[in-house]
Write a protein that binds this ligand. Structure first.
Ligand SMILES: Cc1cc2nc3c(=O)[nH]c(=O)nc-3n(C[C@H](O)[C@H](O)[C@H](O)COP(=O)(O)O)c2cc1C
Length: 168
């Protein structure tokens, strides 16, 4: 990458870090395989109809499973969910079964729902769009469990130092 472009990328990264986005965990299941990873690239994308965009790295085990899935579960995290964020952000399903190391139950569409999450929703995958090293999964919500009032989300600055289980 030329020097000027590298400079823009570094400054861009600092702008994005300055937003200190909320962190999510996306889980999915397909053909009997469960998967899930920490997701920072997640955002509501439409109000009416309600839509959410979750972007998965093509390097991730979760992406591989999500390619055959019809639904994702998206979990809202809080500061108490730090251990969960470490498990799903710094370990890979290519090497361990993350679901042997946390509490979960089978929820709507047979999706794994994490007990340590502050809230969650499930969504039908409407489309997948190639954005580069991440693919956007556009979701239509099918069920949701809101957080308790006063909940404070887990934010990027609390997990930004983690080494991702799979490098993009
Ligand atoms: C702060 C942070 C944010 C991340 N955001 C994303 C993301 O938006 N999408 C994604 O696919 N991976 C993201 N990752 C990386 C995955 O969570 C990580 O590589 C995970 O270990 C992949 O697990 P898997 O191979 O079992 O899917 C992020 C990791 C960290 C530490």
């Amino acid at each position: 990458m030329p020097g000027a472009a590298r400079g823009v990328s570094k400054a861009f990264d600092r702008v994005i870090a300055g937003a200190d986005d909320a962190m999510w965990i996306a889980t999915t299941v397909a053909e009997g395989r469960r998967a899930g990873c920490l997701v920072g690239f997640g955002t509501q994308a439409s109000i009416e109809p309600r839509r959410f965009l979750a972007c998965l790295s093509t390097a991730n085990h979760t992406y591989t499973v999500a390619c055959s899935a019809q639904h994702l579960a998206v979990h809202l995290l809080s500061s108490e969910s730090l251990a969960l964020a470490q498990l799903f952000g710094a370990e890979t399903g290519s090497e361990i079964d993350k679901f042997e190391h946390c509490e979960w139950r089978e929820g709507p569409h047979s999706l794994p729902i994490l007990a340590g999450a502050a809230g969650w929703f499930t969504g039908e995958i409407l489309r997948r769009d190639d954005f580069g090293d991440h693919v956007g999964f556009l979701l239509a919500p099918t069920s949701a469990q809101p957080p308790d009032p006063g909940h404070a989300p887990l934010r990027f600055h609390e997990v930004g130092a983690l080494t991702p289980g799979h490098r993009p």
